[in-house]
Design a protein around this ligand. Structure first.
Ligand code: 4AD
Ligand code: MG
Length: 467
């Protein structure tokens, strides 16, 4: 195994020395008269290690097998490089081909490929420059998030992936069942006669893949004060857009004794802290994105870290959109949800920075959000970011038992399936709030990548579950 200190990243940031062994995959190979240059990458950094091979010292058949995509091991001398472009190069003394890659069929060639093509070779795109940087940034971002919460004293809760409750009340859930779909058991009698008999299913009732860990996180917040979840969530909405996945990762902090104001300020502090940390840790990957993918990435991130987020109410947002003079695909009126085009207008044209919109109409938001005294709005807050639109959705939660019960009934949900959630409001209830950050949405923001399918290792979208 390769231990710390021996990755190409470590070698390139160290000094010249002899007897160095590296392993990696050949990015490219270039032959001139009596020297062969191999660009080798082991995924540890955007830079390749230049391996210099003198063909005279090696078996010709061995060298023929050192092709783009092949996995090789090289032992040699790490020396300062006479050529521009790199400080160090590896002068090969021993070369071993660990795994060949037939150049006639290896799909990943040096020429730029489209993101669509790379998606079709999800098992090999990981070796391209772009995806190397994407997944290093993803790791750094995940670590930054855990460190942030750990340093803030939050408890990390592992909320369940299989659940019987619909957190968002939107019904966009994948069912989980072991029933035989070709021979589904039916209820024989009573009011449910003829319906699927979930009593015979694995969990004895309908079960789903979770859309959010929030409801369970609330249980923990009302015992441990400040908690967070970070896990996969699933939505069976048929949204084939560059911003939606059927399986995505969400970070959901939940804080007791916290109102909507605290929630907003905390969300802003959190976003700034984790972005700053990734900027520090992945500087060379972010430079890559800035150069190759979107030349405004670094400036945008700088801007977010240094700006003060704008706060407006939903009602103010609607007024701004109405008097914008723009033509919208989705018409704007008080009571309708903000669409991506509206969110982008507010963040990109009006404020030119992240905007937090609060107090949305109760009809378009989930049952658990705390009702405002105006009877029309709830204490919701969405953080909107330029280019992406909604990146965080959060709220203060309804902590009053009877008000919550009314909301559940009003939205046509069955109070019986929320019995424990309601009971939390009977025993030691407290004001609390939280939010959900879409991990891949933030990844889009950090990298400038255009499609959410390209910032998750293996995207799941309608019609696609390859790899
Ligand atoms: O706004 P949402 O639906 O909020 C919740 O799920 C709450 N339970 C969160 C909470 O208060 N604890 O989703 C939160 C975020 C969105 O702002 C968005 O960034 C992301 O999750 N998101 C998606 N990301 C990728 N693909 C999808 N289909 C997404 N749906 C939501
Ligand atoms: Mg939302």
């Amino acid at each position: 195994m390769i231990l710390r200190g021996n990755y190409i990243r470590d070698l390139l940031s160290g000094d010249a020395r002899s007897d160095v062994t590296v392993h990696g995959w050949v990015k490219t190979r270039r032959d001139s008269k009596d020297v062969c240059f191999v660009q080798l990458n082991d995924g540890s950094c955007p830079a390749d290690l230049q391996v210099v091979i003198s063909p005279a010292n090696f078996d010709a058949d061995l060298l023929r097998r050192v092709t783009t995509g092949a996995c090789i091991r090289v032992n040699g001398q790490l020396a300062s490089s006479p050529a521009a472009g790199q400080a160090l190069e590896l002068q090969a003394m021993e070369v071993k081909v660990i795994g060949e890659a037939d150049p006639a069929t290896y799909p990943l060639q040096k020429k730029g490929h489209t993101m669509e093509f790379l998606r079709d070779i999800g098992h090999l795109r990981t070796r391209s420059n772009t995806f190397g940087s994407v997944f290093r940034v993803r790791t750094s971002l995940a670590q930054a998030i855990h460190s942030f919460f750990h340093e803030e004293g939050f408890l990390y809760v592992h909320t369940p992936i299989i659940t019987a409750s619909d957190c968002e009340g939107a019904g966009a859930m994948f069912g989980v069942s072991t029933l035989d779909m070709l021979n589904v058991p039916r209820v024989n009698e009573g009011a449910q006669r003829g319906q699927v008999d979930f009593g015979q299913d694995f969990f004895g009732k309908p079960a789903y893949l979770t859309v959010s860990g929030q409801l369970e996180a609330e249980i923990f917040a009302l015992a441990f004060t400040n908690v967070y979840t970070f896990g996969p969530t699933f939505r069976a909405e048929n949204s084939n857009t560059p911003r939606h996945l059927a399986e995505f990762w969400m970070i959901e902090p939940e804080m007791a004794f916290c109102d909507l104001q605290d929630d907003m300020f905390f969300a802003e502090k959190f976003l700034k802290a984790i972005i700053a940390r990734v900027m520090d840790e992945c500087a060379s990957d972010l430079e890559f994105f800035n150069k190759r993918i979107d030349n405004s990435v670094l400036q945008t991130l700088e801007n977010v870290v240094n700006s003060v987020f704008e706060h407006i109410t939903y009602t103010e947002a609607i007024a701004l959109l109405e008097k914008s003079g723009q033509t919208w695909e989705f018409p704007v009126s008080w009571g309708s949800d903000l669409q991506s085009e509206h969110e982008r207008y507010l963040t990109e044209q009006v404020f030119k920075k992240p905007v937090i919109v609060v107090d949305y109409p109760r009809e378009i938001k989930a049952f658990y959000m705390r009702a405002n005294d105006d009877g029309k709005t709830v204490r919701a807050m969405d953080v909107l970011a330029p280019r992406i639109g909604e990146i965080i959705g959060g709220s203060q939660r309804e902590e009053r038992h009877d008000v919550l019960l009314n909301r559940i009934t009003e939205q046509g949900l069955d109070p019986a399936s929320y019995w424990w959630y309601l009971e939390l409001r009977k025993y030691g209830s407290a004001p609390h709030a939280g939010f959900g950050l879409g991990f891949e949405r933030l990844m889009l923001y950090l990298t400038g990548m255009k499609n959410i399918r390209d910032v998750i290792p293996f995207p799941r979208t309608p019609g696609t579950a390859e790899f």
